[in-house]
Ligand binder design. Structure first.
Ligand code: PLP
Ligand code: COI
Length: 341
């Protein structure tokens, strides 16, 4: 398919309408056949469950053009599984895994002209989501749902690309203990909006949220997990029941161990330890790995030894290997790459 005339290298992380999106409706206890549509609008009742009680979940993954010209996606099976967990936690019906993968594949294929070319620095972001669509006024789950997938070409999540960012330790919590921090529910993001705008107003790029129970341990940011590198080159990622199980982070731990021969561990990370790390990054589909140069904890400034000019050396190796796998320059572990076209 002919590529659209888009200035790929100057894309930010934003929404651009593409030609097709996938829609399937759940009614009377079953999903309909589903299919592609060109209509980007959603028309629902004023009292729909999603509008009144925020019954909505979503996923995020990307399609890439590989060096040899194929269009691929990265581990969509794990997004399907995570969406299944999100659905169960919010009393929503599960959209079956095989159908999820097929819906992603169909939507990307139909929008192939929007998949940024290899080497452009951009990718096609894929957003599957589901919401309660029928009227609900007493607090209860909806009976009807819509599952959709749309795509939008994107550049880097943070302005400035892979330049290190400055974050602050937030006084707001992102998730409650035993709450919904470990699923991808829209409500988690709604409640982070004040905190992120406040961070921006104070001159920070992002928030570092702490564990809501004790506020002594590092959790994650509003849209990515943390990855640290110790001074002796070990990769450490925070373990917590109230953070989103990032597919990027899980993949990076594997890459660190199996491709780079590094030690890597998932464990509790205390705020008191931050000053001892050599490198810090935010990892996620949108963030890829965005390096952190400085962490401000109220009156204390922690300047990572990797500095504000570029990514630390271990972060860089992880970044190059992961994106190499995603773009077909480096052989992927079995099952990680889904060839779409
Ligand atoms: N944490 C949060 C809160 C997120 O929204 C995301 C984005 O999906 C991530 C972490 C990273 O997860 P993944 O690597 O699966 O994209
Ligand atoms: C993603 O990385 O896919 C996300 O959903 C994060 C979001 C903040 C854009």
């Amino acid at each position: 398919m002919e590529k659209k005339n888009i200035d790929w290298s100057n894309l930010g992380f934003g929404y651009m309408k593409t030609d097709y999106r996938y829609v399937s409706n759940f009614k009377d206890g079953a999903w309909d056949e589903g299919g592609l549509t060109t209509d980007e609008t959603v028309v629902i009742n004023e009292c729909a469950g999603v509008l009144q009680y925020a019954q909505t979940i979503f996923e995020g993954l990307k399609a890439y053009t590989t060096e040899d010209g194929h269009i691929v996606s990265f581990r969509p099976d794990l997004n399907a599984e995570r969406m299944e967990n999100s659905a169960k936690r919010l009393e929503m019906p599960v959209f079956p895994k095989e159908r999820f993968i097929e819906a992603v594949r169909e939507t990307v294929k139909a929008n192939a002209g929007y998949v940024p070319p290899f080497g452009s620095g951009a990718t096609l972001y894929i957003r599957p989501y589901m919401f309660g669509s029928n009227p609900v006024i007493g607090v209860k789950p909806a009976d009807e749902y819509q599952f959709r997938v749309f795509t939008t070409p994107v550049g880097p999540y943070f302005k400035g690309g892979v330049k290190p960012i400055t974050i602050r330790v937030s006084d707001f919590d992102r998730a409650a203990p035993h709450g919904t921090g470990n699923i991808k529910a829209g409500l988690n993001y709604a409640m982070s909006l004040y905190a992120i705008m406040d961070a921006h107003r104070q001159g920070f790029d992002e928030n570092m949220y702490l564990d809501p129970g004790t506020r002594t341990k590092v959790e994650e940011t509003g849209g990515a997990n943390f990855l640290f590198v110790t001074k002796d080159g070990k990769v450490v990622t925070p373990k917590s029941d109230s953070i989103l199980p990032s597919i990027t982070r899980r993949s990076l731990i594997y890459v660190a161990k199996e491709y780079l021969g590094l030690e890597a561990e998932e464990r509790e990370v205390y705020v008191d330890e931050l000053k001892d790390f050599a490198e810090c990054g935010l990892c996620g589909t949108a963030a890829v790995i965005s390096p952190v140069g400085k962490i401000v904890d109220h009156s204390k400034e922690i300047c990572l030894p990797s500095g504000m000019a570029e990514m630390g050396p271990v972060t860089k190796k992880l970044y190059d290997t992961l994106t190499g796998i995603q773009m077909g320059r480096i052989e992927a572990p079995k099952g990680w790459i889904e060839v779409i076209e």
